[in-house]
Design a binder for this molecule. Structure first.
Ligand code: ZN
Ligand code: ZN
Length: 365
């Protein structure tokens, strides 16, 4: 599991910073978070393969976060063979995304060789200023093209104050509400606990013969041996290993409610926007954005293990490309570290990868 930044700039793509795009790689799949203009060429310049994308998450409908989506889908289609029976690409994003994609595919007569499905998150009124509220209606299924599989509308779970996007044996992906100029979301990818290993020494001591019984015990089934001894999985399984957790924020000047704090608690990595530095806090907030201090305060509140800042105003060139007269981006790192008692903060740059290794420390259960 690792996280690669393909676009770390705000507002528009530039030669030094692409528009927003972040990839989580998990067991050979790529999950793309935001798809700013030019994301497809960023993929080509990276070690990642766009053809491996199985899920796409769009944080909000500002152009620098999704103008790259139709082009990326069309290019993946051009490069795939039409004969392979592909699973649909699942796309999650705010209400309105389905109609955007449907119209653009229709107007451009684009046909994909693989199916896709758009699941729309229904925002609430508290996610943006009153004057920016817009009524976006659902699109009905009249003119669905062949490749589009009808998606779902995902509504806020009022008790948990969050949205459940995916929940399977291996992981759960949820969204939570953020405050921005238009409704914005953050996503949390949480791997479920990995079952503990079988303790072979104990199996031998209890006289369990190697073979199918090992598998049953590993699956949590109690077995009875030929000699009548009952062996419970608890006797022979080591404690489970904790899963990993990655949180990716959309643009925001703050969270809405407290779900984000609960969901991001002790995350292995928090990817948070820091569009402007702390000296420009008033301007940042006015435009619905955060500064390093704001990002670090949230990271501290949630006791996250790593904080990576991204979505920098294009005025901050990557540290490796700073020229004379350019703003010093490392100042943003310093501002965040000040809040986090010198805990190291990462400044995202295009093509930077952060590994999230499997945890060896067992869960105390
Ligand atoms: Zn943005
Ligand atoms: Zn935005």
């Amino acid at each position: 599991m690792d996280v690669t930044f393909l676009g770390t700039g705000a507002a528009y793509p530039s030669p030094t910073r692409g528009a927003s795009a972040t990839v989580i790689r998990f067991e050979g799949e790529c999950w793309l978070f935001d798809c700013g203009e030019g994301t497809q060429t960023q993929f080509m310049r990276s070690h990642l393969k766009a053809g491996r994308i199985t899920k796409i998450f769009i944080t909000h409908l500002h152009g620098d976060h999704f103008f790259g989506l139709p082009g990326l889908l069309c290019t993946i289609s051009l490069q795939s063979s039409s004969t392979t029976n592909k699973q649909p690409v699942n796309i999650y994003g705010p209400l309105g995304l389905r109609s955007f994609l449907r119209r653009i595919m229709d107007l451009s007569h684009s046909q994909l060789v693989f199916p896709y499905v758009v699941h729309e998150l229904v925002p609430t009124r508290d996610q943006c200023p009153m004057e920016e509220q817009k009524e976006v209606s659902f699109v009905d299924r009249d003119d669905v093209s062949l490749e589009e599989v009808q998606g779902t509308a995902i509504r806020l779970d009022p008790v948990a104050d969050s949205y459940v996007l995916v929940d399977n044996e291996q992981f759960v992906i949820k969204a939570f509400k953020l405050f921005h100029r238009i409704p914005s979301f953050g996503f949390v990818v949480e791997e479920k606990r990995r079952p503990g290993k079988l303790n072979v020494q104990k199996l031998k001591e209890l006289g369990v013969p190697p073979g199918p019984l090992y598998g049953k015990l590993k699956d949590g089934v109690t077995v009875v041996l030929e000699n009548g001894t009952t062996v419970s999985p608890l006797d022979v399984l080591e404690d489970p290993l904790p899963g990993r957790k990655i949180c990716i924020f959309g643009d925001c000047s703050g969270i809405v409610g407290d779900a984000a704090v609960r969901l991001c608690h002790e995350a292995d990595l928090l990817v948070h926007e820091a569009t402007l530095d702390d000296t420009q806090a008033a301007k940042a907030i006015e435009h619905g954005h955060s500064t390093p201090k704001m990002a670090a305060e949230f990271a501290k509140l949630c006791q996250v293990k790593k904080l990576a800042l991204t979505h920098f105003s294009q005025r901050y060139k990557p540290a490796s490309q700073v020229g004379e007269g350019d703003m010093d981006v490392t100042e943003l790192k310093r501002q965040a570290e000040l809040v986090l008692d010198e805990q190291e903060v990462f400044l995202a740059e295009d093509f930077m990868t952060i590994g999230i290794p499997i945890k060896n420390k067992r869960c105390a259960s």
